[in-house]
Design a protein around this ligand. Structure first.
Ligand SMILES: Nc1ncnc2c1ncn2[C@@H]1O[C@H](COP(=O)(O)OP(=O)(O)OP(=O)(O)O)[C@@H](O)[C@H]1O
Length: 267
């Protein structure tokens, strides 16, 4: 455990008496690509909503020494918690650079776009390089590929210097190549920041997760390395019952170690 860790303890969220998250605990640290998985309605997004202040919750979610629960959304953002949503939320009519300017809290009049390259701040330059969007500076976000839009959202979080990136189904709808590029991007980002991924895609999880928490009906069903959760009969049962044979096959496939990740780290 470090001062930079995200530690969620006994998280509870109710919607009009319905318990969406009923006592969930997990932690995440810089240096790992942390996954939250589980069938539809398991409570994954609600956990992220609670940590980011969008859903009222009890329990605790601490970033280092700081308690996040009970703070308003904008203060949680200021503490360095960034998130993406299942649907990319970039400004389609604005260019990649303008989107990043907005993320950086900077206003760039459109005339200066002609000289855009000259005026690019270092943080934006770095985020563009990191996410592979350097060649798309003047491209309207609306015509980016689906994968590039997700990367732009991640770049926006990097520009804001988010310490924690909470990513809700970042590879949904992506091609295989885009998934691989995204996984590698997350590994690079995770070297210095906390990356927590909510995902349905089991193959992606298997390739890139260092540790996994499996949620089911608002509770933690299993937690550990990819190998641990795949071997857990309770996980196999839940996926057999809800997601069909394809997912079960993906869950039971032997994980391939990925260079540069901290496979095997325990709670
Ligand atoms: N604002 C809300 N009001 C009422 N119920 C909600 C609300 N948000 C989520 N729920 C319910 O809480 C449960 C958990 O939902 P959540 O979206 O967190 O699940 P999930 O694991 O992210 O699912 P999915 O993979 O389908 O996105 C579901 O039963 C959902 O219908």
């Amino acid at each position: 455990m470090t001062d930079d860790s995200l530690v969620v303890t006994d998280l509870h969220v109710e919607f009009s008496g319905f318990v969406a998250v009923g006592g969930v605990s997990f932690d995440a640290h810089p240096g790992e690509v942390r996954f939250l998985i589980g069938p539809n309605g398991a409570g994954k997004t609600t956990c992220i909503d609670a940590v980011t202040g969008l859903a009222k919750a009890t329990g605790s979610a601490r970033l280092g020494e700081r308690e996040l629960l009970g703070r308003p959304v904008h203060k949680i953002v200021r503490l360095g918690i960034g998130r993406t949503f299942q649907t990319a939320s970039v400004f389609d009519e604005l260019t990649v650079l303008q989107n990043l300017d907005i993320a950086a809290g900077r206003h760039r009049p459109s005339v200066s776009l002609l000289r855009a390259r000259r005026g690019v701040e270092e943080s934006i330059e770095q985020a563009l390089e990191e996410t592979g969007l350097a060649g798309e500076l003047a491209t309207p976000a609306g015509i980016l590929s689906h994968g590039q839009k997700q990367w732009l959202e991640i770049a926006m979080l990097l520009v804001q210097d988010a310490k924690v990136l909470l990513l809700d189904e970042p590879v949904a709808g992506m091609s295989q190549d885009e998934r691989t590029a995204t996984g590698e991007l997350l590994q690079r980002i995770a070297a210095k920041r906390i990356v927590l991924v909510v995902e349905h895609d089991m193959d992606f999880m298997r390739r890139f997760a260092t540790r996994v928490t499996v949620l089911h009906q608002g509770k933690v069903l299993s937690q550990g390395t990819v190998a641990d959760v795949q071997a857990d009969p309770r996980v196999q049962e839940v996926y057999l019952g809800t997601a069909g044979a394809a997912t079960t096959a993906a869950m039971s496939a032997v994980p391939e170690p990925v260079a540069g990740t901290r496979q095997g780290q325990e709670d």
